[in-house]
Design a protein. Structure first.
Length: 427
């Protein structure tokens, strides 16, 4: 029997936390902008952190605070003050990277659990053993760790919790480790074999011959060179050229393998993304985790995975890859565009009921009378139609739009619960 797996979702705001819990997260992670790795688009001062803990307790969910910066001397006094606050409000754990901060946590908040951030670059069992001796109860493994390495780490370290990122943005410098040398020359900087591509002289040259000489589609294509060696084809659209644009991580088709390998918690990246992203990504992984735990047949499980992967494709993304799970040569870059064109749009959330089939809607994008919409709930997706729209004064209007005055009343075909999300297919 596969053990229960915890689903950890991003909590970029109080509203996103509510939606993450509502759509199936067991835990969320948040952090003060001064001490976590999300300084921008982050309103989690201590007042809102307290509200977030209260929300978690009300729903019997878990909440983790990120303290995962690498601190300079100037940070220490404020971190000590923040730890006094943490000790008082009691989140379920703190997530740290810096050994100095870890030491301060043990001194100033000795009863709180400590999780080690992926920023600490834990890639082997001896490192896991070391951190466990320092009082760490859970390791968020580096994203470079492969499935085979996870199995070996679990075998060598059976008594510690292991967490792994399964979805979200990737970057060229995963866990703070430069990947340019590996990407360009298959020589790892993190194994002492860096070819220092950051110091090369680069030039772009127009190809004058056909593909067989350069491996490019057509004569006339631009090629990026370094020291006269071809690096990549340079393709430019109206927005520019994308050299370092990693595809997003998506492991929804491989959760059963990760569970059997010994992972205790699956983590979704994306604290700065939308309410829609938090809800849809959480729902997708929740459904697959539950299907794995309920011992559904392979056919039934694959059907659910396919359906939820289709929903994840409706989110704005850069294209999906399996990252490093199946080997370091499987990581993929998207040099064609900043992100995939999306044929779906998040248009609103149901924030209350009025009467009969009228729903109070917070609009995020244009919503028009007569349009078909998909209604997303934690368990199902329904197709409906916008029959009529009224503004807050009760006046019939032909459309509603996102913005500062974005609350309206919408009559839909069917009745749907609060916190359902509305999405439409773009023409």
């Amino acid at each position: 029997m596969v053990k229960k797996i915890e689903l950890v979702a991003p909590g970029g705001s109080l509203e996103k936390i509510e939606y993450a819990y509502h759509f199936g997260a067991d835990a969320v992670y948040i952090g003060h902008p001064d001490f976590s790795l999300r300084a921008r688009l982050n309103d989690f001062g201590e007042k809102n952190l307290k509200k977030a803990v209260d929300a978690a307790r009300k729903l019997d969910k878990k909440i983790y605070f990120t303290l995962n910066i690498y601190a300079h001397q100037r940070h220490l006094a404020e971190i000590k003050k923040h730890l006094a606050f943490i000790k008082k409000i009691k989140p379920d754990a703190v997530i740290v990277s810096d050994p100095g901060i870890l030491s301060l946590v043990k001194k100033h908040s000795p009863k709180i659990k400590i999780h080690l951030s992926t920023q600490a670059n834990t890639t082997n069992s001896e490192a896991v053993k070391f951190w466990r001796l320092q009082g760490v109860s859970r390791i968020v493994l580096a994203r470079e760790v492969t499935l085979e390495e996870i199995k070996k780490i679990r075998k060598a370290c059976p008594k510690i919790e292991l967490e792994y990122f399964v979805h979200g943005a990737m970057c060229m410098s995963l866990s703070g480790r430069c990947l340019l040398s590996s990407w360009m020359r298959y020589r790892s900087a993190n194994l002492g074999d860096c070819v220092q591509p950051c110091r090369w002289k680069y030039k772009v040259q127009r190809a004058k011959c056909k593909a067989q000489n350069f491996g490019v589609p057509q004569s006339g294509t631009d090629i990026l060179y370094a020291d006269d060696s071809k690096i990549m084809t340079v393709e430019e659209d109206s927005h520019g050229t994308y050299f370092l644009n990693s595809k997003d991580l998506c492991l929804i088709e491989h959760l059963d393998k990760l569970a059997k390998a010994g992972i205790n918690a699956f983590k979704i990246e994306g604290r700065t993304k939308s309410v829609f992203y938090a809800a849809v990504s959480t729902k997708a992984y929740r459904r697959v985790i539950d299907a794995i735990g309920s011992k559904k047949s392979e056919k039934e499980l694959n059907k659910i995975i396919k359906a939820e992967k289709n929903e994840l494709n409706k989110l704005t993304n850069r294209g999906y890859s399996t990252g490093f799970l199946f080997g370091k040569d499987k990581w993929e870059n998207n040099s064609d565009c900043s992100h995939r064109e999306n044929s779906y749009q998040f248009v609103g959330e149901i924030i209350g009921k009025n009467r009969k089939s009228w729903q109070k809607i917070k609009a995020h994008n244009a919503l028009k009378t007569g349009e078909k919409v998909e209604i997303i709930t934690p368990k199902n997706i329904f197709i409906s139609r916008v029959e009529e729209i009224k503004n807050e004064k009760g006046e019939s209007v032909g459309s509603a739009h996102g913005g500062s005055k974005n609350v309206c009343f919408v009559r839909l075909l069917g009745k749907f619960p609060q916190k359902s999300l509305l999405m439409k297919k773009l023409s």
